[in-house]
Design a protein around this ligand. Structure first.
Ligand SMILES: [Zn+2]
Length: 360
């Protein structure tokens, strides 16, 4: 991991959360909604600069539970200018997704007297005193691996988990620049259960979930990139998303010269199934959200792995991923057709221990 501090992540995620909420609607009501959420989540966060300083006088514990009901204007001490406070108040249901003070995305279970009950990255129910609600997520990006599970490693020592996160953050920024709201399942180098990644995406009610990975070589040298994107069996929209991602990423990587690529003979947009016929990877099989899993290139391969460790690679790979997602959301276009024949693969699974992640 680069030397990003918890404050960095918190600021980044809060800005994301802020922009998510703010662009969920297009009138002044959105401003009110965002301020309300932030105010009820905690004592005034730094990005609520439009909220008068009087918000700092309110106590969190007395106001948090009121988010469960119609918010009467008399219960809040926020003294907002009349121009930003519509005369009608909004009924906000409790959020399904939130960011904790340490920048960890979590599923929200329910408000409590002390704050909130949320699912931590292990999926366990825990109590936190503050959260920053996130609403209106369109795209969930899932940086593969993390923490005690680094994934594969490149020739420079770069961990796949770190590269996946870098690419996801860059894609997230590009999508937000296009006014497409995003949520990352993982925002730092910590472990998160596969099932919790899936539950986060489904709880966000997003339109698409894209899991971002880089491959390890069990493949031959090739003149062309070995980009693979896995689609969910029986889901035409998943096939469309996978095809768009494959087409754009493969095209972008193909412009790079002097790389010894690695590829399997059946690389492309495809299904990977186990011997029972179900999708082999749970990140593809289980989500209700339309999804695709991208293996952009081979990190563990000496020649291309060294290239993947450069900033040039991040600048090259993020735009085509973002364009593929935008195209998926805004058109009916298809990219690379799904291979008719599914690959057979039986992943080694097994129960893992899940280390605790500090939430606040
Ligand atoms: Zn991986």
């Amino acid at each position: 991991m680069p030397a990003y501090t918890p404050r960095f992540w918190c600021t980044l995620i809060l800005c994301c959360a802020w922009s998510l909420t703010a662009c969920a609607a297009d009138d002044s009501q959105a401003i009110r909604t965002a301020q309300t959420d932030a105010t009820y989540a905690t004592s005034a966060p730094t990005h609520t600069s439009s909220t008068p300083a009087t918000t700092t006088t309110q106590t969190t514990t007395t106001t948090i539970p009121t988010i469960t009901s119609t918010q009467p204007t008399t219960t809040t001490t926020v003294d907002e200018p009349a121009a930003t406070v519509p005369s009608t108040t909004t009924t906000l249901p409790p959020p399904t997704i939130a960011i904790t003070p340490r920048g960890i995305p979590v599923r929200v279970s329910e408000p409590t007297d002390q704050g909130w009950e949320v699912h931590d990255p292990c999926g366990d129910l825990v109590q936190v005193t503050k959260v920053f609600p996130v609403r209106g997520v369109q795209v969930v990006l899932d940086p593969g691996h993390g923490g005690k599970d680094p994934g594969t490693r490149g020739p420079t020592g770069l961990k796949e988990s770190e590269l996946n996160l870098k690419v996801s953050l860059a894609v997230s920024q590009l999508l937000q620049d296009k006014n497409i709201s995003t949520l990352l399942t993982r925002t730092g180098d910590y472990y998160i259960e596969l099932d919790e990644r899936i539950a986060l995406a489904d709880a966000a009610h997003a339109i698409a979930l894209i899991s971002i990975h880089h491959n390890a070589p069990t493949a031959a040298k090739s003149n062309a990139p070995g980009t693979e994107v896995f689609a969910q069996t029986g889901d035409q929209e998943s096939a469309r998303l996978a095809g768009l991602l494959h087409g754009k990423v493969f095209e972008a990587l193909s412009t790079v010269e002097d790389i010894q690529w690695t590829s399997r003979w059946d690389a492309g947009a495809l299904r990977v199934v186990n011997s029972s016929g179900g999708d082999a990877y749970s990140l593809v099989r289980k989500p209700e959200t339309t999804n695709a899993l991208l293996e952009a290139a081979y990190l563990a391969s000496p020649s291309e792995g060294a290239f993947l460790a450069t900033d040039q690679y991040i600048k090259l790979i993020a735009p085509p991923i973002a364009i593929a997602i935008e195209t998926f959301l805004t058109t009916d276009q298809f990219g690379t057709p799904l291979l008719e024949r599914a690959r057979i693969h039986n992943p080694s699974g097994g129960r893992r221990t899940c280390p605790l992640v500090e939430l606040e």
